[in-house]
Design a binder for this molecule. Structure first.
Ligand code: PCA
Length: 218
């Protein structure tokens, strides 16, 4: 993709949920808002942690910004690395109620749509470049079945249907902050911001993803 000086980058993060007073995904997005990265200006938008409503806010931002690159961020309470997600699946299956009390079980995100979409971000190049900067990162093969996967799937469905060449998108889970979850080392906010800046730079500048394994046996 050749980004030009007027490119816009949509970077979303989520509001807090499940008794967490802070959602690192929004803190990272907010911190990067207004920065120019590889010729694109970052626009940070907060999504509600509510099934359906999150997609509405995403749609409004897509329509208003017509971004060249869209990266949605969400917080993964069990992770200590930055994890670009490989695949979005067409299912809502909530372990806990969302912030509006909704708890769908085994419902499609989009009715009569494909089972899954792959991210179109260069996820392996992003991981390698973040690691080279000293930021812990790895490819994830599941974004779960809660509001993050819901938004990821809706985003990929829209980008797929739009078929806009050069419009790229995907999802990255951010880790816990140090001390946020007992037993998780976590990653401090400055390091998360530094890693995400590098992930965005990679998505703006690397066309073809690396072919190196990030496979898992299970
Ligand atoms: N994480 C949740 C939803 C919002 C967020 O930041 C998830 O992983 O689904």
């Amino acid at each position: 993709m050749t980004a030009h000086a007027t490119s816009r980058i949509l970077l979303t993060g989520f509001e807090p949920f499940e008794q967490n007073p802070i959602n690192p995904s929004w803190e990272v997005a907010r911190a990067l808002g207004g920065e120019v990265i590889a010729g694109g200006t970052v626009h940070a938008v907060q999504l509600p942690c509510v099934f359906g409503d999150a997609i509405k806010v995403l749609d409004e931002a897509l329509a208003a910004l017509q971004p060249a690159l869209v990266i949605s961020l969400g917080y993964a309470g069990g992770r200590s690395e930055i994890t670009p997600e490989r695949v979005a699946i067409n299912i809502d299956d909530a372990r806990i109620p969302d912030n509006a009390g909704k708890q769908p079980v085994d419902e499609a995100v989009v009715a009569n749509a494909p089972a899954a979409y792959f991210s179109t971000l260069p996820i392996k190049a992003m991981v390698r470049n973040m690691r080279e900067l000293g930021v812990a990162a790895s490819v994830s093969n599941t974004a779960g079945t809660f509001v993050c996967n819901h938004v990821f799937y809706a985003l990929m469905h829209r980008l797929h249907r739009r078929g806009a060449p050069g419009m790229r998108g995907g999802f990255i889970h951010t880790p816990v902050l140090p001390g946020q979850v007992a037993g998780q080392p976590g990653m401090d906010l400055e390091t998360q911001i530094k890693g995400m800046r590098e992930a965005i730079r990679t998505a703006m500048t690397v066309d073809e993803d690396l072919r190196e394994t990030a496979g898992q046996l299970y």
